[in-house]
Design a protein around this ligand. Structure first.
Ligand SMILES: [Zn+2]
Length: 420
């Protein structure tokens, strides 16, 4: 496909080359195809990182890695004093995932850079591809580890305390992956980049339903996670009479309903609240549940609305547990602010679409990505492309070569415009 701008040479992307590389990378997995599993710093993840680094070197990019394993591949611009323009995403994959989540942004980013190079374009600002470490929370229970550290949202001394479910520490895994340097060096100064644009599959059904080629992200809804531990009193289901029971499950059930009430009553259509995890002990049909563990996910694009909902849930949980005489421990695992993307970059993306005859619309990203944290450092936006039925995080995740190509064309055009 050709991109024509008044200011730029014609850019031709090579979707066949890119699709071949996406297919090849998908075979580097802990599970046989079509399943993709690449847990951070597993053998498969390390081999996948080598694969991506090789493509970057072949594209003539200079590679450096930071102390958490974020990979930076740079195409030097004419004026190295200017902050670079960056793009990128992730290649780690949750167990039983597909081959497009994250990968489209990394390999598509390389393709965008290659096609700009091949067109004869010479950037004024450097253009940098970033492969972020551990966008998925699989290893350490926290998502976007690389970009959280880069942005300073996660302090290095807190990150140093992370360990996986087998008790292996972050330090162990850093040594295993041969990451060099101290964690404190990962943090970047504000405005280290002039712009960051992430290409990603939508992971939702809107673009496919509306037959629109790309979604340009204006806002990223930010999640908060609550962990609730309820302690009641167990007993025999036959012998413990109803008056005076202290059933932890029933308190949890009321709390889950309070989540629904708070989210639906927030006054914003963007608020969502989900009790995604609910475990009870001992979990036997003839036993009163004495313990319940709930994890609750609350999101909104507006921080105040989201926090008000969190507060309402916490208050309701307190009242419910008082009334039912249930012990309550409640912890906010994370409460990240939402990101507002740069209106100038959103406009630039829409112009790029128009210039290439590609249909585009503004969108909200309800899934979160490394862009959420990059937004702390510089102006950002995201280019979303459709994926079949909105499926993601499963082996039948799919975007067609034509859909991917349009996303790469918009990305290439934006990188060229932003790098001047
Ligand atoms: Zn992703």
């Amino acid at each position: 496909m050709e991109i024509n701008f008044d200011v730029l040479p014609a850019i031709e992307t090579n979707i066949h080359r890119l699709q071949r590389e996406i297919d090849e990378l998908s075979l580097i997995s802990e599970n046989p195809a079509p399943v993709v599993t690449r847990i951070l710093f597993s053998e498969a993840d390390l081999r996948a990182r080598d694969f991506v680094k090789r493509l970057c070197r072949e594209a003539g990019l200079a590679i450096r890695e930071d102390a958490i394993g974020n990979i930076f591949a740079c195409w030097d611009g004419a004026d190295k004093k200017l902050p670079p323009v960056a793009t990128g995403s992730h290649i780690d994959a949750i167990p039983n995932a597909g081959k497009y989540d994250g990968v489209v942004g990394v390999l598509g980013g390389i393709e965008a850079i290659r096609s700009l190079k091949e067109s004869g374009f010479r950037p004024k600002r450097s253009i940098e591809l970033i492969v972020f470490t551990s966008e998925e929370p699989t290893r350490f229970g926290i998502g976007c580890l690389g970009s959280r550290l880069m942005s300073g949202v996660l302090r290095w001394n807190k990150a140093a305390k992370l360990s996986d479910l087998n008790g292996k520490t972050l330090e162990y895994w850093r040594r295993h992956a041969e990451c060099k340097g101290s964690l404190s060096s990962v943090r970047l100064a504000k405005n280290s980049y002039s712009a960051f644009v992430e290409l990603h599959i939508e992971q939702g059904p809107i673009l496919e339903r509306e037959r629109i080629a790309v979604g340009i992200v204006e806002k990223i809804a930010a999640p908060a996670t609550l962990r609730v531990v309820l302690t009641g009193v167990g007993g025999h289901a036959g012998a413990t009479l109803m008056p005076g029971r202290r059933d932890a499950l029933l308190a949890g059930a009321e709390i889950a309903l309070a989540v629904e009430t708070a989210a639906t009553g927030s006054g914003s259509a963007d608020t969502v609240g989900t009790t995604g995890l609910f475990k009870i002990e001992p979990g036997a049909v003839n036993s009163v549940p004495y313990k319940a563990l709930l994890e609750i996910d609350v999101r909104d694009t507006d921080r105040e609305t989201r926090d008000a909902v969190l507060g309402q849930i916490e208050k309701a949980a307190g009242k419910i547990c008082d009334r039912r005489k249930i012990g309550l421990k409640m912890l906010r695992l994370n409460a990240d602010p939402p990101a507002v993307c740069s209106p100038a970059l959103v406009d630039m993306a829409l112009e790029t679409c128009q210039a290439q005859n590609i249909s585009g619309r503004k969108m909200i990203s309800r899934a979160y990505h490394d862009t959420l944290f990059m937004a702390r450092l510089c102006p950002t936006t995201m280019i979303l492309i459709p994926c079949r039925k909105g499926y993601s995080h499963r082996p039948d995740e799919y975007s067609s070569p034509a859909q991917i190509e349009k996303g790469v064309c918009v990305l290439a055009g934006m990188l060229a415009m932003a790098a001047g």
